[in-house]
Each structure stands twice: as C-alpha cells, then as structure tokens.
Design a protein around this ligand. Structure first.
Ligand code: GN1
Ligand code: MG
Length: 364
C-alpha cells in the first residue's frame, strides 16, 4: 500500500471526528515521523513512534497520559479556560487504546493539533524568558505527580557515563571506517570526560536529586500563540526522572546558539549570553522555590554538559554509520558534531559570566 493510503488507513483507527480529509508531513524531529491530519472539522497530529528507540510503547504512552492528565488537572485548578491549547490531548483509538499498532508492526498515536501556534528555532531574549518560565512551570506542575516514578522511556538517556561508554565502544569498533579523519575530536572528548561525569557522581553521593524532567527541552518544543505568549510544552516522549540541570542545559544548547545545530560554518556558532540570561531569569522565577543550592550552582554546568553530551551522541552516531539520527546528507552527523563542539568551546569561554548570571537570577 502506498504511504498516503497507509496514513489514511491508520488515521481512521483513531477516534477523530469525521472522515480523513487531509494528511501532510509536519515538523522536523530527528526520531519520530509526524503528520497533520484533518478529520471532519478538527486537525490532529498523527505520529509514527520510532519503536527502535522507544522500545516499550505501552509504557511510553502511559507516561504521556499520566503527565498530560496531571497537568490538565493543575490547569483546571488554576482556572485556565482553553485547556486543550495549553496541554497536549491524546486521542484514543476506536478501541480506547493509547496507541495503534498496524499490520506492518509500526506504532502510531494521535493528539489534537494546536491551531494558531508556532515554534521557533531561533528566538530572542524575551521569548527565552517566557520559555524559561514555561519549562520551570512544567517541572513545578509535575513535582507532585502521584504514584510510581515515570518509566525511563529510554534507559540512561541523559547518563553521561553510559553515553561515554557507548562512544568508546564505537571508537573501538569503528564500524563505518571513519575514525582516522576524526582522531583529534576523539581526544577533545576524552579530555573533558571526567569533568562531564560529575552529575552522575553527585547523584551517587546523594547531593543531586532526580525530578520529573522533560529531557528534550529544545527551543522548538515550546508552542507560542500568534502573540508570542507560551501555549504549551510539546514532545513528551522523554518526560522521565532526570536532573534539572539537564533540562536547563538542553534549552541553552538549542535556544542560545547563534548558529544552527548543524551549522556548516563554525564561525556562526557561539553562545548568546542575552538569551542565556533571559532563560535563566524566566526559569528561576518559577523554579527557585523548589531547587536546592547544588542544583542552582550547577545549572550553568548543565549547559556545558548537554552540549558535550549532544556532541558525543552525534559523534557516536557518525562513527556507527548513522543508525540513530535521521540525516539529510552523508556527513551530516559530523557537521552536527563539530557545530556542537564549537558551541561547547564558546560556553567554556563564557563560563564565569554564565555562573554569575545564574546566581544573580536566583537572587544570590
Ligand atoms: C532528538 O527528535 P528530536 O529533535 O525531538 C533526540 C534528543 C536530541 C535531539 C538533537 C529521543 O530529538 O535527545 O537532543 O534529537 N531525541 C531522542 O537535536 O533521542
Ligand atoms: Mg524529541
């Protein structure tokens, strides 16, 4: 069956209101495939879940249902009216399930599409402040999620020690025969490895807690309305226990980069301190009430850590022969690796200033 027919067929497995009228590709995620589907008068997001990466789709969807249900209750409690614009709404299948598995073994889910919204790959300091408030409020709302901790939808997702272990295995295996050209970069990774495992050490020493985190706080995972007010945090696949410094860091990595994540020109790439400051102010305004001193003192480190981690992840995938991230051209993962590394170097240069900004934003 041709792709469009499959999409029509899959969409009609969900409780949409009316017949499928339109299906169009949506977004630029590296992992899942997303489509905008119109059924009757309502638009939906239909996603093919990458089950090679999210191996337990049942648990994944349960996490998302719990998280969105909890946020929905909080919003209702605080009198928010247009709730389905402020939290994702899962659409069940006609059998009442949270996902559909098709006859080819692909997994699908559906959500309401939030109309008249936009996301940014590049923002300004004021939007960064709003985004900081949004992610701070997100963590705050989930701080009292009842019941068991969430499933780790990808085990050890932001565990730097484990990431380095796989990196080293990939260096040793050199499966794609690409190691020769990148030996210098391997040395740069190793030179920072010990410093970057600090969060895991602090966790073992019980001075750095895990909280319910988003774990993919990319700048484009925030939806704004047409007046640039924050609507909603999206892409909830990786909401799971983690360190707050990693949520802080991933936003800075993506939102405070003067270049693109995959910029071919390293000169474009550097840390934008004004955006960093905007985000720190917004985030700490919401989060300083529940963060410990150790967490606050390590937020700036989190920006370095997540940028380093992403460098290692792109690099590992390049060495493995591009098995994880979607690529648009053959050396895409190497270009990404170099661009992330350049951003890391810029953060290293500005580290004292970053620390100062965080402490000031926290009123220290
Ligand atoms: C992936 O698909 P996307 O863009 O939401 C990745 C993130 C990385 C990001 C790099 C499950 O996110 O962890 O930071 O690419 N998600 C997964 O841009 O690996
Ligand atoms: Mg994602």
């Amino acid at each position: 069956m041709e792709e469009m027919n499959i999409l029509h067929e899959v969409a009609s497995q969900f409780q949409g209101k009316g017949d499928v009228r339109e299906v169009k590709p949506l977004g630029k995620g590296h992992i899942n495939d997303s489509y905008r589907v119109v059924m009757g008068e309502q638009a939906y997001v239909l996603q093919r879940i990458n089950h090679h990466i999210f191996k337990n789709v049942e648990q994944l969807q349960q996490n998302i249902a719990r998280v969105t249900g909890h946020i929905r209750k909080k919003l209702e409690g605080s009198g928010v009216t247009d709730i389905e614009r402020h939290v994702l709404t899962l659409v069940p299948t006609i059998d009442g399930a949270l996902y559909h598995r098709d006859h080819r073994g692909d997994y699908w889910r559906m959500m309401l599409f939030i109309a008249e919204s936009k996301s940014y790959d590049e923002i300004n300091p004021e939007l960064a402040r709003r985004a900081g408030e949004a992610f701070g409020a997100f963590q705050l709302m989930l701080a009292d999620l009842p019941g068991e901790p969430l499933f780790e939808t990808i085990p050890d997702f932001h565990n730097m020690e484990v990431r380095l272990q796989s990196f080293r295995e990939s260096v040793d295996a050199d499966r794609a025969g690409r190691l020769n050209e990148v030996a210098c970069l391997v040395a740069e990774i190793e030179a920072r490895a010990d410093e970057m495992c600090k969060a895991e050490r602090m966790h073992r020493e019980e001075i750095l807690p895990k909280r319910t985190n988003h774990c993919d706080t990319k700048v484009n995972n925030i939806l704004f309305d047409l007046n640039d007010e924050v609507l909603c945090v999206v892409d909830l696949d990786t909401v799971m226990p983690g360190y707050v410094l990693s949520d802080f860091g991933d936003f800075i990595r993506t939102g405070a980069n003067t270049g693109a994540e995959d910029d071919r020109n390293p000169d474009n790439v550097s840390l934008d301190l004004e955006i960093f400051e905007g985000y720190a102010n917004g985030y700490l305004q919401k989060a300083s009430s529940f963060l410990t001193e150790v967490e606050i003192e390590h937020l700036a480190f989190g920006a370095k850590l997540l940028t380093y981690m992403q460098t290692v992840r792109f690099f590992t995938d390049y060495l493995d022969g591009d098995t994880y991230y979607k690529i648009a051209y053959p050396d895409h993962n190497l270009v990404r690796t170099k661009a992330q590394f350049k951003l890391l170097q810029s953060m290293e240069e500005h580290y004292v200033e970053m620390q100062r900004i965080v402490l000031k934003a926290a009123g220290r």
